[in-house]
Design a protein around this ligand. Structure first.
Ligand code: PEP
Ligand code: MN
Length: 346
């Protein structure tokens, strides 16, 4: 539930609302706004009797949040969340942020080459996994901690920000030391212990939709992170499993405007895992931007034929460069712009 205070309600009245919520056995989240302060009530499982709160001085109205997720909903917060990253980059505002790089960090040479290529083409964030969730235990599992050191080096050499995956709670600590954005992958979307920890990570979280997760389940998983105090969650549509195996996953384009309608959180698209084939990546990326995606997560490898994971869906640098050129006018057409690398940013 949301307790909306009257415009100009003094701090003492807000405090009284907070204390009353706590006396009722719930948690209060005061949210000062430009127009007026709102106090969120959380910790309830079901409808709350708000009569005590409605009678307090300074209270204008009570809004019952009808969705099972609360803090991620548009009812809770009508204006969009804009996440601020180092160097002035924002996600969720007018800019469309392109995060690109290999599926896995494989060697120093590979990650630096990839970073230089994607920056040259206009990406602003470097992706690359050091800890890899693989379907087979015999597949390449990622370089682990040394991979994080290589990512850090690539960041220092190129100025690109970093997004990389954490698979467990220990990994989350390690990744949090180098990454600008911590990725929680599709397989971990419902790892609630990890989500709670991510809520205390102090870094933005990129939360990928689970392999067969509904949009409501995705939003409820995001709620875990917000409920622990981290408001900076970027959702990611990466396709869901379907009966048709012609593509690796079924990319759900409509999820982008659906999420924007239900939630104030930004959502980015991953056309690489969403299709599984490099020739399908650019068309789906173009469609995702047109549909309002706040960014892209794209796999690019300097030598996709030699990639240790996801080579078939990794773009050649030239393909990525072409795709970036195609995306700019699409973003412009809907009143947005593709974010430029640091230095060229206004
Ligand atoms: C990845 O981004 O490389 C990855 C493993 O993605 P997902 O969790 O969406 O499968
Ligand atoms: Mn991958």
């Amino acid at each position: 539930m949301l307790v909306v205070m009257r415009h100009g309600a003094p701090e003492s009245e807000v405090q009284r609302v907070v204390e009353t919520i706590e006396e009722m056995g719930y948690t209060a989240r005061p949210m000062p706004g430009r127009q007026r302060t709102t106090v969120g009530l959380i910790g309830n499982d079901g409808r709350v009797d708000g009569s005590r709160l409605a009678a307090l001085p300074g209270v204008q109205e009570l809004i019952h949040v009808t969705k099972p997720y609360k803090q991620v909903s548009r009812e809770w917060r009508p204006e969009r969340t804009v996440i601020r990253l180092a160097g002035g980059l924002t996600i969720g505002g007018d800019d469309v942020v392109v995060m690109a790089g290999p599926c896995s960090v494989e060697s120093e040479r590979q990650i630096i080459e990839a970073a230089l290529a994607v920056r040259e083409a206009g990406a602003t964030v470097l992706r690359g996994g050091a800890f890899k969730p693989r379907s087979s235990p015999y597949s390449f599992q990622g370089l682990g901690t040394p991979g994080l050191a290589l990512l850090k080096k690539a960041r220092e050499e190129t100025g690109l920000l970093l997004v990389t995956e954490a698979m467990d709670e220990t990994g989350l600590e390690l990744v949090g030391e180098v990454a600008d954005i911590i990725q929680i992958g599709a397989r971990n979307m419902q790892n609630y212990a990890l989500l709670k920890r991510a809520g205390r990570a102090g870094k933005p979280i990129l939360l990928k939709r689970g392999l067969a997760a509904t949009i409501q389940e995705l939003l409820l998983s995001a709620e875990y992170i917000l409920a622990e105090g981290n408001p900076d969650v970027i959702l990611c549509e990466r396709g869901v499993r379907s009966f048709d195996t012609v593509t690796r996953n079924l990319f759900d384009l409509a999820a982008i405007p659906v999420v924007h309608g239900l939630s104030h959180l930004p959502i980015v698209a991953d056309p690489s895992h969403g299709t599984g084939h490099r020739d399908l990546v650019a068309p789906v990326a173009r469609a995702a931007i047109a549909a309002g995606a706040d960014g892209l997560l794209v796999e690019v490898h300097p030598h996709p034929d030699r990639a240790l994971s996801d080579g078939a869906q990794s773009l050649y640098p030239e393909q990525f460069e072409r795709m970036m050129r195609e995306l700019r006018p699409i973003a412009d057409a809907i009143g947005r712009r593709v974010a430029e690398p640091a230095g060229s940013r206004a």
